[in-house]
Design a protein around this ligand. Structure first.
Ligand code: FAD
Length: 397
């Protein structure tokens, strides 16, 4: 019978892996993607929806390209259980699907219970995260539109590692950009559990000091302990309670629930999944590959969509080689670029190159590689928009 690869999650890691297993095997291997969402909605660029310069439809793409152009079967359901011994995935709808090789790329699980009061405040729609692009992104935009001039928007950032290191700071810029035009007496408070801005720090701080002078305030070492949605209040480890009209609380994160259910979260106090960096095969279960935000990353590797796309290509090549009986000894090389919009048009980037070092079984950044913008600029605004169009075409087209 034809070999079958099952992919859990049709995001940056999963969709790319599905397409590349089909392409690299010249369609010899069957691929099934399990994904509950009807369409793909990108987290990259979603801060522009919060800022109001783009609509969520511009960041959404159908799965029909995977289906029609590559013969991938997309099942609209949630994977509920994985039996890594019998090699079967059970879906919420009741069906079960057997696999020869399994790819798990479920993204992150937001740990609402780590912050007192947050689960209820989020369920009622009062305190949003909008860290999974979709309805909450649009709802956060509505909260900002409804906020009176002179109000305060506060975003809280969990300790590293979390999904998209520069993302919260980009969001602060987007909200400030909106306030400058529509609500100039308003404030943006950035409350960070980390000791300093974790990505592109000097650049973001300069933008806040110059472009958004007097509007954005940054407070490091503010780890959230509790929220009181009714009072619009957030409490920290340090006594510095903050009241805000729009509270955007990002809780700590861990590997997506299904990765935990499958027992793949074997590192960092069971928060993240260990992988063999030569192939991205799980170190907890054979014939299972884990990609993207759910993995314990190598040093200096961000949890980004660009990285997840790269992980997926390494895993797809390893899977096709194994199912084809090819002897290979890969030495993967990965790249990353994270763009951040500081307003509707100007962008800053950070880039890096990561090389697999066999002697140490990990990735290391290549000396002299990578780069950082000198200043925000519109040329990179065009590159950032093209980056998104290209990566969506690469994973879904
Ligand atoms: P996702 O892309 O989240 O995909 C996971 C998929 O799995 C989802 O579709 C989900 O529905 C599905 N799923 C989950 N559980 C199950 C289950 N049990 N069964 C079936 N399906 C399931 N990265 C960049 O590279 N550049 C950027 O500019 C950038 N900007 C960002 C801005 C923001 C505001 C945010 C929040 C993130 C940003 N990122 C950026 C990070 C990027 O979104 C993530 O790193 C990337 O999505 C990780 O890919 P993934 O495959 O691990 O997870």
């Amino acid at each position: 019978a034809k070999a079958q690869v099952v992919v859990i999650g049709g995001g940056y890691g999963g969709a790319t892996a599905a397409k590349y297993v089909r392409m690299l095997s010249e369609n010899r291997i069957g691929v099934v993607v399990i994904e509950p969402n009807e369409t793909f909605v990108s987290c990259p660029l979603s801060n522009l929806v919060v800022g109001g310069s783009r609509q969520i439809a511009e960041l959404s793409r159908p799965y029909t390209g995977l289906e029609r152009n590559h013969g991938v079967r997309v099942v609209r359901d949630l994977a509920q259980a994985v039996d890594t011994q019998r090699k079967v995935v059970t879906l919420a709808g009741g069906a079960s699907i057997g696999y020869d090789m399994l790819v798990v790329s479920p993204g992150v699980d937001l740990q609402f219970d780590a912050i007192e009061g947050l689960r209820a405040a989020n369920a009622s729609g009062q305190v949003l995260q909008a860290w999974k692009a979709g309805p909450e992104t649009v709802a956060l935009r509505r909260q900002l539109e409804a906020m009176p001039d002179g109000g305060t928007y506060a975003i809280t950032i969990p300790e590293q590692p979390y999904r998209c290191p520069p993302g919260p700071y980009e969001r602060a810029c987007q909200v400030a950009w909106y306030f400058r035009q529509a609500k100039p007496r308003s404030k943006v408070l950035v409350l960070d559990a980390n000791p300093d801005v974790t990505s592109k720090g000097a650049l973001f701080k300069r933008v806040w000091a110059e472009q958004y002078r007097g509007m954005v305030e940054y407070r490091p070492q503010h780890k959230v302990m509790a929220v009181d949605a009714r009072a619009g209040l957030v409490r920290f480890e340090v006594p510095d309670d903050v009241k805000a009209d729009v509270l955007n609380v990002l809780p700590p994160m861990r590997a997506g629930t299904i990765a935990q259910q499958a027992g793949l979260n074997n590192l960092a106090n069971n928060r993240w999944c260990g992988v063999d960096f030569q192939t991205f095969e799980s170190t907890a279960a054979k014939d299972v590959y884990v990609l993207g935000d759910a993995i314990q990353v190598a040093p200096l590797m961000p949890k980004s969509g660009h990285m997840a796309n790269n992980h997926a290509k390494v895993a797809a090549a390893a899977i096709v080689a194994r199912l084809s009986g090819w002897e290979v000894n890969p030495r993967p090389m990965l790249t990353n670029t994270c763009y951040s919009y500081v307003d509707n048009a100007n962008v800053i980037h950070v880039a890096s190159v990561h090389e697999y070092v066999a002697a140490e079984k990990t990735f290391k950044t290549v000396a002299g590689s990578g780069g950082l913008s000198a200043v925000p600029n519109a040329a990179e605004g065009a590159y950032a928009w093209s980056w998104a169009q290209n990566i969506w075409a690469d994973m879904l087209g």
